[in-house]
Structures are given as C-alpha cells and as structure tokens.
Ligand binder design. Structure first.
Ligand SMILES: C[S@@+](CC[C@H](N)C(=O)[O-])C[C@H]1O[C@@H](n2cnc3c(N)ncnc32)[C@H](O)[C@@H]1O
Length: 201
C-alpha cells in the first residue's frame, strides 16, 4: 500500500469511529430516534447507523439490525460487543422481502442506502412490511443514496429523489421532513439527505 493510500485509510477509519461515537448519534437524534425505542435497521451492513442508534435507544430500547450478508452481521456483532451495546441484536436476513417482526411492534424503521438494491415490486413489498411492523405514528426514515442526482447505480439509476419520495407516499406513508447533513456512506462521510415519513392510520 502506498503512503498516500495508507493515510487515506487512516483518515477514513477515524471518520467512521467519530461518526459511530459522536456524529451519527447527533444526526440520528435529529432524525427522531429516542431513548427506549425499538428500532429496525434493515440492510444494516457493518452497522454505521446501528451503533449510533444503539447508543441513543439505551438499555431500555433495542436495535434490530438485519442484513443478508453473514460477514457484515458478524462484524457488527463484534463491534456491538466491543462497544458494550447489549441492546443491538444483529441478525442474518433471508434476502426475502419480509420483516420477521410482529405487527405494530417497532417505533422506527431505517432503510439507509439499501433501497437501490431492490426492484420496484420488492421496494413496494418492503414499504408495506415497514407499514405493518411500525406502531401508530411510527417513523420510517430512508436514505435514498444512488438516485439519478447522486452517484446513480443499480435500481435507482433512473429514479430521482422525488420519485422515491412519491413511491413511499403512494404506500400510505405521510412525508414529514427532509433532513440533510454530513452523513456516513460506505467507509467515509458525505453530504446526504434522509427522508422521514410517518405511519398514520
Ligand atoms: C450499501 S450497504 C448500506 C449499509 C448501511 N445501511 C449503511 O448505510 O451504512 C447495503 C446493505 O444492504 C444489504 N441488503 C441488500 N439487500 C438486502 C435484503 N434483501 N435483505 C437484507 N439486506 C440486504 C446488503 O447486504 C448491504 O450490506
């Protein structure tokens, strides 16, 4: 590894450490996470959002973190242990579009940087599942990275941010606010926006 690459890896690692300890906690509090909540982080990866969420919900809450990649789930389990976050429950997902939770059992669902993996029908199923598992007034927070305006790839190549907002509103969710800032993406930080929706019966 060249000296320059080595230095950028160190900088990225430090950014992520800061994010999981400090920046991400502040950001997710502003998004609406609170102490005592039951949070579901679908497509959690190695937990760049799960770890700060675990700090916020505290010992009276839980963060259920699911991902179809076993390696990511195992890494997250190690990190949760190293951070003494007993409230983080990391689970390997089947890869099917189902949320294995009781109806109306979750306060907040996070779909962060994951929706672009899914085709239109699967996204629709996933929004319906989020609606089912959320409590009344529950929060669905979405980070739709990789839309047409922001490094477009995979299923989001031809969708704008407002197309994604519309497809979620079409499934009965009520748009509440857009929240922007310096946020985690992959192994670094970038400027990004999350969209918040509420479930109102
Ligand atoms: C780009 S990563 C984002 C990780 C994390 N949410 C973040 O923002 O840092 C997307 C993750 O979604 C997971 N994923 C994609 N489709 C999935 C599915 N159907 N079920 C569960 N996890 C899925 C992938 O394995 C990957 O770890």
């Amino acid at each position: 590894m060249s000296k320059q690459v080595e230095v950028s890896v160190i900088i990225a690692n430090n950014q992520i450490k800061w994010w999981e300890r400090d920046g991400g906690v502040r950001f997710l509090k502003e998004v609406g996470l609170k102490s005592g909540q039951r949070v579901l982080d679908f497509g959690c990866g190695v937990g760049h959002y799960t770890i700060p969420a675990g700090r916020i919900v505290g010992s009276t809450g839980s963060v259920y973190a699911v991902d179809k990649e076993r390696q990511a789930v195992n890494k997250l389990k190690q990190k949760a242990k190293a951070n003494n976050l007993k409230n983080v429950k990391a689970m390997k997902a089947s890869g099917q579009i189902e949320l294995d939770f009781e109806s109306e059992s979750i306060h907040t669902v996070l779909f962060y940087d994951v929706l672009h993996y899914l085709g239109k029908n699967d996204r629709k199923k996933l929004y319906q599942e989020a609606f089912r598992v959320l409590k009344e007034n529950g929060l669905l927070s979405v980070y739709p990275k990789h839309t047409a305006e922001d490094d477009p790839i995979q299923e989001f190549r031809s969708l704008s941010l407002s197309d994604v907002k519309q497809e979620i509103e079409d499934l009965k969710f009520v748009f509440e606010q857009k929240h922007c800032g310096l946020i985690s993406h992959d192994d670094g930080l970038n400027q990004g926006c999350v969209l918040n929706f509420r479930k109102y019966e």
